[in-house]
Design a binder for this molecule. Structure first.
Ligand code: F6R
Length: 247
């Protein structure tokens, strides 16, 4: 299920409208909405539109519970390159979400705490009722979250080592590849596959090759995003540039 838009902004408006309709319905029933959220350049237009819907059209996030996909490790939440910093800058500081309902993997844990922490993250998602809507971008190595090539369908939240291509793509933000953390905490492929609805967003020619593999290629661990072909309700949201290598 692939939707192609002229611009990222149009694709973002389409996804934001779907999210807003879902939240509004749940709000009217007095029920929470559980969102799985991504960082990076890709979701920025989506978050801008969600902020606009909150400010101009009364969309309330009071009953939204959010779980972010991933965080670098190690990194401080105050670091401008942390995903914690990103989420408050682009979304959480501008909407009425309850801080207690925001979950972002913590990049400052002592190493011996990580396994227990990751199990706890999975448990919190389950106790919230599971993820209703998961937002994803895709890395040029084929990752979703930080599930790099080699990640398995059964993987859950855990500490992973970043792929060299992922590190080089992040080098600009960190002022050099040597400053990019080597590891990250990430939800697993299985955690993502358990979401009831997934939107994978991709913009621009830089992503077209990996998107063609993810959407039309063989399903397997070489391109973890390809597992989404087996997900029952995933929409791939692309702009024209990102779609240019699709059949
Ligand atoms: C971020 C994440 C990553 C990014 C991917 C694309 O939370 O999970 O999988 O979605 O690396 O990054 P951008 O959007 O910066 O191209």
């Amino acid at each position: 299920n692939t939707q192609i838009f002229d611009t990222p902004e149009e694709g973002a408006r389409y996804v934001a409208a779907k999210i807003a309709a879902f939240i509004n319905k749940r709000n009217s029933e007095g029920l929470p909405t559980v969102l799985g959220l991504a960082t990076g350049n890709t979701p920025i237009p989506l978050y801008m539109e969600l902020v606009r819907l909150h400010k101009e059209e009364g969309l309330s996030f009071k009953k939204v519970i959010s779980f972010n996909l991933d965080e670098y490790y190690p990194i401080s939440p105050d670091d401008v390159n942390s995903y914690h910093y990103f989420m408050f800058k682009h979304l959480f500081s501008h909407i009425d979400i309850d801080r207690a309902n925001v979950h972002i993997p913590v990049g400052t844990l002592a190493e011996h705490m990580i396994n227990e922490y990751c199990e706890g993250y999975e448990r919190m998602i389950r106790e919230a009722g599971g993820i209703d809507i998961q937002i994803l971008g895709i890395g040029r190595a084929g990752h979703i979250g930080f599930n790099e090539p080699g990640s398995q369908l059964n993987d859950i939240t855990r500490l992973v080592t970043l792929n060299p291509l992922t590190i080089s793509d992040a080098a600009g933000d960190f002022g050099g590849a040597e400053f990019v953390p080597r590891k990250a905490l990430t939800m697993g492929v299985r955690t993502i596959m358990e979401a009831r609805k997934v939107f994978l967003l991709g913009w621009g020619e830089k992503k077209t090759e990996i998107l063609a593999k993810a959407i039309e290629g063989q399903v397997g661990i070489e391109v973890p995003a390809s597992f989404l072909q087996k997900h029952k309700d995933t929409e791939f949201i692309l702009d024209k540039g990102a779609a240019s290598k699709l059949a």
